[in-house]
Design a protein. Structure first.
Ligand SMILES: [Zn+2]
Length: 399
């Protein structure tokens, strides 16, 4: 094969192929600088005086499915009198520090979306730790900066990233799903740093923010965005109510007579699931329990009615429905439910504001699987920056 043909497959600007050696272990391509080109400063384009030359080895994509290709090239140091410093010339297709071409790094980064880092060695002869660095460099170079202009709504939530402890605060654009911010911790300060990056004009365009009502974020939002409406997240509220149902189930189970106890077996998820998601068998077994236990029956019906709030178009109708619901919950006298209803009454405006803005943190819940995948692939998270880049990449691909 003529060297010219290789030149088409392995083009390096300002360099030409001097030799191609095909060994059993792989292909080695030797480059030299194109002598027709004058030595120019990579920063200011002014002519430079030659200082010294060093041979460097880098890796590139394989040829015809073989092993990775080794590229040897001279990096040339010259003195730029315009910049007043020494400058190095190397092919722009090769990363200045990683000893790899950008296209090899981008290929590894693409693979990293689908396979674990530990598989990179057998797929592209790149060790896991190196692949991890390639992926991070590529994402840093290729992902656009977060778009902070014209945001109309935000989703804010915390996520556990390490078992037991270790949280991050996430901020997404509520309309596009773009991940805008990720910061360690779930405290006020973890969110405040996000608002520090916004101009007054950028803040003013935000009309609504969806959060969980139990977190530390509410105070920050009220302080930073006094005109925005807070929407309490549907999924967190339903989860809170689920806990109430579970608590009542435990209490009733404890109090149950010997004949009643078997009715409780395996009912935990039957009670928590929406009725339309139950199998016929589970539904029949739940009916038996509810027929035998009046307290659970009442809690279960109220649980099912609560989510009607999120079917209304008008806040007024939702408010009326919710007020009626609070009254019914109170009348049951079932302590955990009464306490929940009290909280709902206090937060009624932040719950019905959903009808106007129609935002939930469902998109953030969708990150759970990506977070565990990223953590698994990267063998535990070593860098919060990397987690941000990975989640941001996914959030941009989903929009
Ligand atoms: Zn210069």
């Amino acid at each position: 094969m003529k060297i010219k043909n290789f030149q088409a497959m392995y083009p390096f600007e300002g360099y030409v192929i001097e030799s191609v050696n095909c060994h059993s272990v792989g292909i080695q391509i030797k480059l030299r600088r194109d002598a027709r080109r004058a030595l120019r400063c990579p920063d200011c384009e002014a002519g430079m005086a030659f200082n010294r030359e060093r041979e460097i080895t880098a890796y590139d994509l394989s040829c015809g499915g073989g092993p990775v290709v080794e590229i040897r090239y001279p990096s040339i140091q010259g003195y730029c009198s315009c910049c007043g410093s020494y400058k190095t010339i190397r092919p722009k297709e090769i990363h200045p520090r990683r000893k790899a071409t950008w296209r090899l790094m981008r290929f590894v980064s693409l693979l990293a979306r689908f396979v674990p880092m530990s598989a990179m060695m057998s797929l592209v002869e790149v060790p896991a730790a190196t692949a991890w660095r390639y992926d991070k460099d590529v994402l840093e170079a290729d992902l656009p900066q977060p778009d902070l202009d014209g945001i109309e709504s935000l989703l804010v939530d915390e996520k556990a990233v390490r078992r037991g402890h270790g949280y991050v605060t996430l901020v997404l654009n509520g309309d596009t799903g773009e991940l805008l911010h990720l910061h360690e911790g779930k405290k006020k300060a973890s969110l405040e740093v996000f608002f520090e990056r916004l101009s007054d004009e950028q803040k003013a365009s935000i009309k609504a923010v969806c959060i969980d009502r139990s977190g530390a974020y509410r105070a920050v939002i009220e302080e930073q965005l006094p005109d925005a409406e807070i929407v309490f997240d549907k999924f967190h509220l339903l989860q809170n109510l689920g806990k109430v149902v579970d608590k009542v189930r435990c209490e009733e189970n404890r109090r149950a007579s010997l004949e009643e106890v078997p009715l409780f077996i395996g009912q935990r998820f039957n009670l928590l699931r929406h009725p339309e998601n139950l199998t016929e068998k589970n539904s029949a077994s739940l009916d038996k329990l509810l027929a035998a236990n009046e307290t659970l029956h009442r809690v279960y019906l109220l649980k099912d009615q609560f989510r009607l709030v999120w079917t209304y178009q008008m806040p007024g109708w939702a408010r009326r429905q919710l007020k009626g619901w609070i009254e019914m919950a109170r009348e049951t006298g079932i302590e955990p439910l009464v306490r929940f209803a009290k909280g709902v009454e206090r937060d009624i405006e932040q719950i019905v504001s959903w009808c106007k803005h129609r935002i939930t943190n469902g998109r953030i819940e969708g990150f759970n699987s990506i977070i565990s995948r990223v953590l698994f692939k990267a063998r535990g998270i070593r860098s919060i920056d990397y987690l941000f880049l990975k989640l941001r990449q996914e959030s941009l691909l989903q929009t």
